[in-house]
Write a protein that binds this ligand. Sequence first.
Ligand SMILES: Nc1ncnc2c1ncn2[C@@H]1O[C@H](COP(=O)(O)OP(=O)(O)OP(=O)(O)O)[C@@H](O)[C@H]1O
Length: 288
Amino acid sequence: MVNTSSSPSPVPTPVSLTPIIQVEDAAVVLGGRMIWQQVNLSVQPGEFLAILGPNGAGKSTLLKAMLGLLPLAAGNIIVLGHPAQRGHVAIGYVPQRRHFEADVRVRGRSIVRLGLDGAHWGLPLPLLQRRKTRETEACVQEAIDRVGASTYADRPIGELSGGEQQRLLIAQALVKRPRILALDEPLDSLDLRNQQGVAGVIRQVSRETEAAVLLVAHDVNPILSAVDRVVYVAHGQIAVGRPEEVITTETLSRLYNTPIEVLHASDGRIVVVGQPEEEASYHAHRLR
Ligand SMILES: Nc1ncnc2c1ncn2[C@@H]1O[C@H](COP(=O)(O)OP(=O)(O)OP(=O)(O)O)[C@@H](O)[C@H]1O
């Protein structure tokens, strides 16, 4: 495994030295297959980490393991000083592929408020009866303002664009002022401008609130200027470090154990060439 803790050019250490998440020699097995193993990772408050890798590599699995949603086959994951635990109140989570159909009439503001009502892990449940205290509404408004959604927060969510819905879902995850923000492919299906916009919002939130961000993405390019470090998941292992340290021909070839070429386009984009199919290259090795 490549890990910058032993790299000659270490990642600048954020102000706090106490990790908010510590992953130690962790492994996950699903359906009799080793998804990844010997994973070591330390996340500091205020850090923005992108979890990258090909389809099926185990990115969502890594996020879910850190959220205590999946059991480990080996190792430990410590979150805020305790073993990773499902439903931690200090974690805001936006699961993969959530969107609202056009006929959903619930206002965006109500979707954000659900983050305070205990229905924030999973699809919104029928609206719970609750008292609209001034404090509650102030928290909801603060989260809406943070993601820049105040102009459309009172419209039915089903009428909003994918990018607008995504901002409101992030606001829902933010409403309890979490210390960790876990976002599974929040940029999926957005155009480039919206990807960069949402990434910028997340970056700003993390700077202002010191929340650690774990963001699963397929493409590093829209978030390149926002992230501190990347966690590249491939071939059952991870590589961790700054994008320019990890997304290199040398590191990715070592990770995949096959020649990979990393090209830099004239517009600054990074292109990874020769990435093997994850299913064929690693997961074909079933555990006995
Ligand atoms: N509950 C499960 N039981 C068995 N296998 C599973 C289960 N959940 C996920 N997997 C498998 O684990 C592997 C990793 O899945 P995961 O969703 O973490 O990948 P990913 O990198 O997030 O992929 P994608 O980019 O396609 O979302 C995949 O091969 C998937 O089929």
